[in-house]
Design a protein around this ligand. Sequence first.
Ligand code: SAM
Length: 209
Amino acid sequence: MFAVQPDLADQPDRRKWNARYSAGFAASFAAHPLAVAALAMPLPDGAVLDLASGPSGSVLLAAAAGRRAVAVDASDVALDLLDQEAARRQVAGLVGEVHADLTSWRPEPASYALVLCTGYWDRDLFAAAARAVLPGGLLGWEAFTADALLARPGMPAQWCLRDGEPASLLPAGYLVLREQDLPDARAGTRRRLLARRQAVQPGLAGAGN
Ligand SMILES: C[S@@+](CC[C@H](N)C(=O)[O-])C[C@H]1O[C@@H](n2cnc3c(N)ncnc32)[C@H](O)[C@@H]1O
């Protein structure tokens, strides 16, 4: 069971997404394709982190594969749905939920074999997520491109990737494995990235014994 944070009581994203995940919402618990791809690749030992997770099927997939997996979201309704499903699938011992506001919450550096974030964009969070990946681990991200503003003019521009992002924002030591634009005339184009943090960091090769 996760702890609902009292200081998030009036957080606008929590209110908005709690409402969406409530009445009439049926969670699919389908793992995101980035999670499916990443978990089929070589990964170091370590946990999976899903940022802005919703009721994450990716976390459940990682746990089913025997990995500890942590979901972070402002919506306690989403985390509760995940918590109940993890218990139903008997993987609750491997699943952690963090009720937090991702405009300020940041993961510990070099702590996760795989960091995922899909359907959410924040440049500062991206930088922290890249730092949170263990050497040899993977970073997966999917967000709307600025092109989506044509399909959805009401969407704030800061929710959208600029040209070349997020690959252009990766720190040294990352290798892009996959980058793909997914056009959608109704919702707008999303860009999907999968990148590996090299096990041997540039400048450190050969250093020490
Ligand atoms: C579009 S949904 C994506 C959910 C999931 N990652 C997926 O791909 O299906 C965006 C998620 O971001 C979460 N979210 C929005 N603003 C947030 C914030 N400030 N802090 C933490 N989570 C937030 C919402 O609760 C929601 O679960």
